[in-house]
Design a protein around this ligand. Structure first.
Ligand SMILES: Cc1cc2nc3c(=O)[nH]c(=O)nc-3n(C[C@H](O)[C@H](O)[C@H](O)COP(=O)(O)OP(=O)(O)OC[C@H]3O[C@@H](n4cnc5c(N)ncnc54)[C@H](O)[C@@H]3O)c2cc1C
Length: 285
């Protein structure tokens, strides 16, 4: 199928983009990498009057380090994040997660801002941002605001973005000494969306876990923080007893869907398998 007709605009500045967002309101859609939006247009699941192509907006495709931490521009491609030495050093969780996003062709076009704004419940990046206690920077005419990732993802494909706002960056706070990260996921075929994914970030001292943040993807409407499992593991090494207790707690933490890819029960089982795998690797020397 072909998309329904639409007007096409390619603003050269954020101010121009804001004008277009005002002009079209909910009939206008931002186009970034197009890896999610274009298939939806082609299937006519969305029929916007206008596309606002932000790919030429200046200053949104950089990765920089400042006092607030690592700032990743919304137009950074997934592949650029994957290959960035700054990301490898200051946000290793993202460096581990990025290769799991689709296939290389998708990662060379798909953007950080697109993945954040889309809020797919099985996506890798949102879970990582919540685990890292990151913020999403959203700009609108007259200013910008930083929204904690933990409050940004509200539901399936639903975020805290307001009309007229553009995601301009993700900001990842500096990581203190002793903190470690690990990402992994389980899929049927390489490149598929995760059946279950886990972004783990926490402090490791003498092999024991502290201040752990466990954020699952694919097992609920948003990135799912596993508070019960975190509590069960606090101050403990991930030995079989601790992992069994955390696995039991996961049942209350997660709300996995059952679908054509996997039943809810299978996803619960896979979440336990992944928890043990990720934490064992995270605490290895
Ligand atoms: C075969 C296939 C497999 C995939 N597998 C995965 C996967 O495993 N994991 C994963 O996470 N993703 C996966 N994706 C999706 C891919 O990562 C997308 O690139 C990403 O989800 C959206 O980024 P984009 O830049 O392409 O956004 P677009 O497709 O251009 O836009 C997506 C949505 O976000 C809005 N938007 C885009 N940028 C902004 C912005 N800066 N501010 C506000 N709104 C904005 C758009 O209006 C649109 O509603 C896959 C895609 C395909 C086709």
């Amino acid at each position: 199928m072909k998309p329904a007709p639409f007007a096409y605009h390619r603003p050269g500045s954020l101010a121009e983009a804001f004008d277009l967002l005002d002009r079209y309101g909910s009939d206008g859609r931002i186009l970034a990498g197009g890896q999610s939006l274009v298939p939806v247009l082609n299937m006519r699941l969305a029929t916007p009057t206008a596309l606002i192509d932000i790919n030429r907006l200046p200053g949104l495709d950089g990765i920089g380090l400042g006092p607030e931490g690592l700032v990743i521009g919304a137009l950074c491609r997934h592949a650029a994040v994957e290959g960035s030495p700054l990301v490898a050093r200051h946000a290793p969780l993202l460096a581990q997660a990025m290769p799991h996003v689709g296939h290389l062709a998708i990662r060379t076009r798909g953007t950080v801002g697109g993945s954040i704004a889309l809020a797919d419940p099985a996506a890798e990046l949102p879970a990582c941002l919540v685990a890292l206690d990151a913020t999403v920077r959203a700009s609108r005419r007259g200013g910008a605001r930083d929204i904690p990732a933990a409050r940004f993802f509200r539901g399936i494909y639903t975020t805290a973005l307001e009309p007229g706002e553009v995601v301009t960056a993700a900001v990842i706070p500096p990581i203190a000494p002793g903190w470690r990260s690990r990402f992994d996921e389980l899929v049927r075929r390489a490149g598929d969306y995760a059946l279950v994914g886990l972004a783990a970030h926490g402090r490791v001292a003498d092999g024991a876990l502290a201040e752990l943040r466990l954020v699952f993807t694919g097992v609920g409407p948003t990135p799912m923080r596993a508070a019960g499992a975190e509590a069960a593991l606090a101050g403990r090494r991930p030995d079989p007893q601790a992992l069994a207790a955390a696995g039991r707690a996961l049942d209350a933490d997660l709300d996995p869907p059952g679908d054509v890819h996997a039943s809810a029960a299978l996803r619960r089982h896979l979440a336990r398998v992944l928890l043990a795998r990720v934490l064992t690797r995270m605490t290895e020397n």
